[in-house]
Design a protein around this ligand. Structure first.
Ligand code: DNO
Length: 404
């Protein structure tokens, strides 16, 4: 298992030199300043790579091993006329990355919004802060801030009444903050930031796009991408939709084991892989994470290790829990990933390591008063990495014992 760490580039308050101190060996990064739909040139990739990989003598080196993510243009998701040109450009970026030795690429197929939370400062009993998705607040936004056409039909009368109360109790500043969190911005999102009107416009373009259509558009995108990826030795790792269900009337198609079955049955190329984002898949109670890790083992090229704790009443609401303290049995998930690596080693699939990263972390201790990217503070992630590393070492040592 290769320990990686996400770096957002030169503006990231957590620097490459800080990351080196965590003991992680690999970097997950992207060229966030290049607009969606433009090709990542070899020069731009090399420049970013040098920022990561240039190492002072005597220091441990880091390698940019995983891209998260090359964004996919909305025209591809909507299969609008001319979308093939955007697919060609996506392929050109992939080819340029491969030329620079970077061959694991995470991407997602979420429309209009990327990963979504309602609260960035949810206070935990420890005094640290976590990210949270609150279904009731989300409904308040959808129904009374956005006032989306047709939204009313998607909620029960009781839900609408509760959302109205929540909306009425919020100050103007709170409403603005909720709006900002949802439409403008979490770090690493692969979609544009919008004002409310543009946002409504973007949503309306999906009015006639149902699950089957969006899935067909995903498959149509992958059809020319996968053969090229295969010939370059590139592994694609689709990230699930977070949270894993329809939002704002948008269909979402990478949410469950059934969705993954459809994807891999349709396009069995070995380059067609996935990011096992434990926190995202774990945000719905019907996803059994250890079983998914076992079932899709050979498809997993990258894993985000974190977990959520679902609210006991409204199970569509959750907050991000400690890495080993969520509703998911993380030890069991890691055991499955180690088993998969064992299997690959026996099959001599050299170089087929699974990259893992501690995904998100609580904002805690010295980070509370610092400006950090929501979810991407250093101390909380370091705590997560340390816990995960302990599990990996312990399970690996036991495995060695049983073999000898
Ligand atoms: C959140 C992340 C997302 C993810 C992209 C993948 O922390 O998991 O930013 O990187 O959606 O394409």
């Amino acid at each position: 298992m290769r320990e990686s760490w996400r770096w957002f580039g030169p503006g990231d308050p957590v620097t490459v030199d800080h990351i080196r101190q965590t003991g992680a060996t690999d970097i997950v990064s992207a060229l966030h300043s290049i607009p969606t739909g433009e090709v990542w040139s070899v020069d731009a990739i090399r420049e970013h790579q040098a920022l990561i990989e240039h190492t002072e003598p005597g220091l441990a080196s880091l390698k940019w091993s995983v891209v998260e993510s090359i964004p996919i243009h909305e025209d591809i998701k909507l299969a609008r006329p001319g979308h093939q040109e955007y697919t060609n450009r996506w392929i050109a970026s992939m080819e340029n990355l491969a030329r620079c030795g970077i061959r694991t690429i995470c991407y997602n197929f979420m429309s209009v919004i990327d990963w979504t939370r309602t609260d960035l400062d949810f206070k935990l009993p420890s005094g640290a802060y976590a990210l949270r998705f609150d279904q009731k607040k989300f409904a308040a936004f959808d129904l009374f801030v956005l006032q989306r056409n047709d939204a009313g039909a998607e909620y029960t009368k009781a839900e609408i009444a509760e959302a109205r109360q929540i909306h009425e109790a919020m100050s103007a500043a709170e409403r603005e903050e909720l709006t900002r969190n949802i439409i403008a911005g979490l770090p690493g999102k692969m979609t544009e930031s919008y004002g409310l009107d543009d946002f409504r416009g973007m949503l309306s373009r999906y009015r006639d796009v149902d699950h089957d259509t969006l899935r067909a558009n995903l498959f149509a995108f992958l059809s020319p991408v996968l053969p090229r990826a295969e010939s370059l030795g590139v592994k694609l790792a689709i990230h699930p939709d977070d949270p894993p269900r329809d939002l704002l009337g948008l269909p979402r198609v990478i949410c469950t084991a059934e969705d993954l079955d459809l994807l891999f049955n349709e396009l069995p190329s070995p380059s067609n892989g996935m990011t096992l984002c434990v926190g995202t898949y774990g945000s719905r109670p019907d996803n059994d994470l250890p079983a998914m890790a076992r079932k899709f083992g050979s498809r997993i090229h990258f894993s985000h290790l974190r977990g959520v704790s679902l609210d006991s009443g409204e199970q569509r609401s959750f907050h991000e829990a400690g890495h080993l303290d969520s509703d998911v049995d993380m030890v069991q998930v890691i055991r499955e990933l180690l088993n998969e690596e064992e299997r690959r080693a026996r099959a001599e699939s050299a170089g087929d390591d699974i990259y893992i990263r501690p995904d998100h972390g609580h904002r805690m201790m010295d980070d509370i008063d610092k400006t950090v990217n929501p979810g991407y503070s250093s101390i909380g992630r370091l705590k997560g990495l340390a816990e995960i590393r302990g599990v990996i070492r312990t399970l690996s040592a036991r495995e060695m014992e049983t073999q000898s």
